[in-house]
Design a binder for this molecule. Sequence first.
Ligand code: ZN
Length: 365
Amino acid sequence: MVESSEKRDKFEFLDESISWWRRFSGEIGRRLREQLAIEPGLVKEKRWRYASHVTVVLLISLVILVGQWKMPKAEPPAVRPDHWLTISRSRGGAPEWEDNGSLIKAPVPHTTIPERPRLEVITYTVQSGDSVFGIAERFDVSPQTIMWSNGRLEDNPDLLGVGQELVILPTSGVYHIVEEGDTLEGIAQKYKVEVSAIADYEVNGLKEPYELTAGMALVVPGGEKPYIPKFVHRYTGPIPEDAAKGTGNFVWPASGSITQKFWSHHRAIDIGGYKGAPVVASDSGFVVYAGWDDSGYGRMLLIDHGNGWHTLYAHLDIYLVDYEQSVAQGQQIGTMGQTGNATGPHLHLEIWERNSKRNPLLLLP
Ligand SMILES: [Zn+2]
C-alpha cells in the first residue's frame, strides 16, 4: 500500500526531527550554561544573542520540515479534452462557442480523441501550423473528407488559414447540404454510395419516408467527390525574344522541411521554413506574374521558363523581382512568408509542364 508507507515515512521523519531538535536544544542549553559560568557579566547580552540564534535556527528547521512534507496531490482538474472544440450538432446555423466566444488555445496542442466512434459533426478552429493532412489524421478521417466538408478547401488545401472554422465529419465521406429538389437516391448516386449508407447512418437521424428539406446537412459515409483541378490565372502576353530560358533542370528554391507533399488534391509541395528565408528561382526564366493572389496564395510569383515549363512560388513575404523580368536559375526572387492563407511560413511550389502540375519531388535533385 503506497499510501500507508507514505504516511509511515512522514511520521518517521517527524520523529527524527523532534529527537534531533531535542538534542540540538539540549546542546544550546549546555553551552549557554557554560558561558554563563565563565562570564557572568555577559549574561544578559549572551542570552539575547543565543535567543535570536535559536529563533533563526528554529525558523530554518520549520521551513525544511514544511518543505519535506509532501503536499497532498491535487486531483487533475476535470477539464473537457479541448475547450476550443465546439461539439455541436451541425444542422445549419452558425457554430457556437461553448466558452464566451473567445478562441483560447488549449494547453495541449493536440486533441485527445476518445476511443469510441464519434457520432457528431463537430467544428474545429485551425491553429497555427495545422495542415489538412494533420487535421485529418487527428480526427481519423481522410484528408479529402476535410476538404469536401469545407467549401473553399475543396480544390486547394492550401487555403487553410489560422482561425478558420472547419467542419469535421465523424467518418470519412462527404458533407452534403440538401438543396431544393434533392432526393436521397440522387445524393447517393452523386457521391457513389448506396442509399442505405446515408439513410441508415445514425448521425443523420433520418426516418422513413426520409423526407429531405433544403438546408439540411447530411453525412454521406464513404462518399466521394470528383476532383476538378483549377489553375491560377496567369500572364498570357508575348514572352520577349531575349527573355532568359530555362535549363530544363530545377534546383531547390528554398531550404526547409517538406510540410505537405504532392498528392491528388495538392499538386505542389510546401517547404516549411522561417519568415524571411531566401527563395530562389528554381530555373532561369521570365517572370509572368508578380503580385497578390486573391485565391489564397498571397504574394505570388510565376516564372515562365520558355520551354513549356512554369514554376509558381506562393505565400512569399516579399518578392525581389518584378513582372516581365528575366531571372537566372538560383537568383533570389523573394523571401518566404505566410501571406494569403497559410498556417505558418512556407513556400508553396508548383512545377507545371504545360497545363499539368508535376510532382516537384520527382524533378528536384
Ligand atoms: Zn501548398
